[in-house]
Structures are given as structure tokens and as C-alpha cells.
Design a binder for this molecule. Sequence first.
Ligand SMILES: *Cc1c(COP(=O)(O)O)cnc(C)c1O
Length: 416
Amino acid sequence: MIRVNDNFRELPSVYLFTQISRILAKYREEESPIPLIRMDIGDVPGPIANCVADAMHKAVNDLTNLNSFKGYGPEQGYSFLREIIYLKDYKERGIDIDPSVIFISDGAKCDLGNLGDILSKDCKVAVMDPSYPAYIDDNVIDGREGKLEGNKYSAITYLKCKAENNFYPELPDNQVDIIYLCSPNNPTGSVLPKEELKKWVKYAKENHSLIIFDSAYEAYIRHTDLPKSIYEIEGAKEVAIEIRSFSKTGGFTGIRCGYSVVPKVLTGYYSNGDKVELNSLWSRRQTTKFNGASYISQRGAEALYTDEGRKSVKEMTDRFIYNASNLRKLFEDAGWSVTGGTDSPYVWAGNPFGMSSYEIFETLLKECGISTTPGSGFGEEGEGYIRLSGFNTKDNTDRAIERIGKWLNDTKHKSR
Ligand SMILES: *Cc1c(COP(=O)(O)O)cnc(C)c1O
């Protein structure tokens, strides 16, 4: 008999972004009079930098030659990429980690899910509310959720992020074992300052917890006093795994490449109390279940660290921040509660009319032909909010701003 994983029954039947795509496909099918502009997108519009394309072309050529052919690579990633990450992302910024703790992956989403393999099912998990939906869904699949009560799982601790506190998560009252932090945050665009991260590192030390720090958007940070890495906080190496991705910073959403840092001083315990390095467990997991990211994508990622590559990352992220900052201004001027759009490609906008997230989502779709992401899809605290993304061309963003601006103006007059 094919017995399946019962935990799947506890999941929402479709992943949030899949559900939105279905609604939008239906909108198109119905041939609505207004052509759709997608402001819900969590994907970069591209294109990739020429230096990345050149590096990948060259990598393909390497494969055509017996002498430079590459077959299975090291599971942990090629040292050319690990060395440059070590140098540019850490050492040059005064962070002391060495290349042996960097694991190249085929993306952050995969690492986030796979990390569950090395952690006990009994670990108590805390996530920010609202947050990127994969954190909860991954843990449901692994069986760390408890029971579904309303919209929440009984064994998961929801760290409320509220406007009055800049969407910084609250420390839990209870003891938790795994804490997911995402900064700059998807969906709220909020960035945790050093003082906030210090609180979490302290909590994790006192409670023997692991922080999984998702910094997929670190390249969007412009305020130099904001931390890009959790390892900028003293003692963080003993409690945190850092997960990064070239997706949103280099346009690698389709190419697939990212990395995780698993420090050797970070240790966990077997159920009999024996101590073990998470680095060695992760290494064992990866060598068993992963055969390394593609040589071609790793050469592409390496090119992002050249002067030309870094310039292109800056230019691309600048463009999306610019779009997001204009979206932010639009809603701010209309009296909505807004975050993001400064050190982030996302804008998080709470409506002042008391409408639900789905009401706003549907209204903007019907009346303006604009798709957004309903904030409630990211958690209960997201109710009343929508997420808009700067991942678009300037033309599309400008057109969207014009349409939404008109709607905001009409709505203002109607409500008077
Ligand atoms: C997009 C995104 C990811 C996934 O990145 P990939 O490397 O493409 O898998 C992970 N975390 C957050 C918060 C994201 O927004």
C-alpha cells in the first residue's frame, strides 16, 4: 500500500502564490476590458548582466572540451565561488567566517525546506507574522505544526509584527527552538537594525535556539547602518544559519543559485544529549541528497562579484527600489499605513477603509486591472494590507501608479 505523508493534509490546499496565479489566469480568460499589470510579482523581470551571460557561455564551452569538462562537482559547491563569497560578502565587511562553512545551493527556497532534515520533529518553531509562506509550510510537511486551529497551527509560535513597532517581531513569551527571521523582510519590507538582531541572538543563546536568517534581499539595503548579515552581531555564529540567494539580487530566479552559511561553532543535541555540529549534519545531508548546483550557474554567480557584476547588481536593485519607492509615496500620500520601498523591493500598504486584504486585492484587480498580493496570505497580522512589488519595468510601474492614483482619488471623493 502506498502510504503517504499525512502532514500534507494539514497544508493549505495550494501554495499562496499558486493560488494568486490561478485567480489571475481566470481574469485573463474572462477577457476583462483592462489589460492586467502585475504588481504582485515576487520574480525579477530580468535581464541578467552581460558579464553573467558571458561567464555562463564560457562555462558551457568548458563542457565541450575533454580537458575542461566538468561532471559532478563538489556537493558543497566549487571553491572558486565559495572563496569569492567568503572574501566579498564576509571578509571585506569585517565578518570572520571561513569558506568551509559556505554551502552553495540551487536556491534559498530549497535550503529552507531541506534544513528540516537535520532538525528534530519535536523542535518548537517560531515564525514572523506576516512572513514568507514557505517557512510554515516546510514545517507542516515535516510535522512540526501541531493542530490547525482557525488559521493557525497550535505548535507554531507566531511572532507578531505590527506597524507601531516597524514590523519588528516580538520576542516570544515561551521557549522556542527554531526561529525564522527574514530581513529585509518579504512581505513587509522592514529591515531589522542591529539592536533588534542583538535581542534575538541573546534570546537564542539563553534558550539554546537556532535562528534561520533569510537575507535573500540583503543587496537592497542602502542605509549603511543596517546589518546585511546576522554575523555582524557578536555571538551570532553560535546560534544562526544564514541563507542567501542570487535570485533577487542578480536575476537568478530561473538560473538557480544561492548559499547557506552553517558555522562550525553552531551545535545541536541528539535526543540522548550527545552534542553535534550542525555543519557536519548539513554536510552529511547534502552529500547524500544533493549533487551540487550546476557548474554553469556557479560560474554565472561568480561573475556577479566582478566589478562589472557588482555594478549590475547595484543598478538592478536600484531600479526596483526606485519603483517601490514611488509606489510607497503613492499610498503614503493617500493616508495608508506603508512600509518598505526604501531598503527593499516591496511595499506593504495597509488600507484606511477597514477593507480586508482580499477586498482590496479584488477591487484593485476589477477596477484598475492591477494585481497585488493580499497581505492576509502571509499571516493573520497581514489582514488589511496588500503587498506590491517593485519587480517591474519603470513603464509598467508608472502606468500602475497612474491607475491606482486615480482609484485612490475617486475613493477619497466617494467616502466624503
Ligand atoms: C524569493 C525568496 C526566496 C527564494 O529564493 P530562491 O533562491 O529563488 O529559492 C527565499 N526567501 C525569501 C524571503 C524570498 O522572498
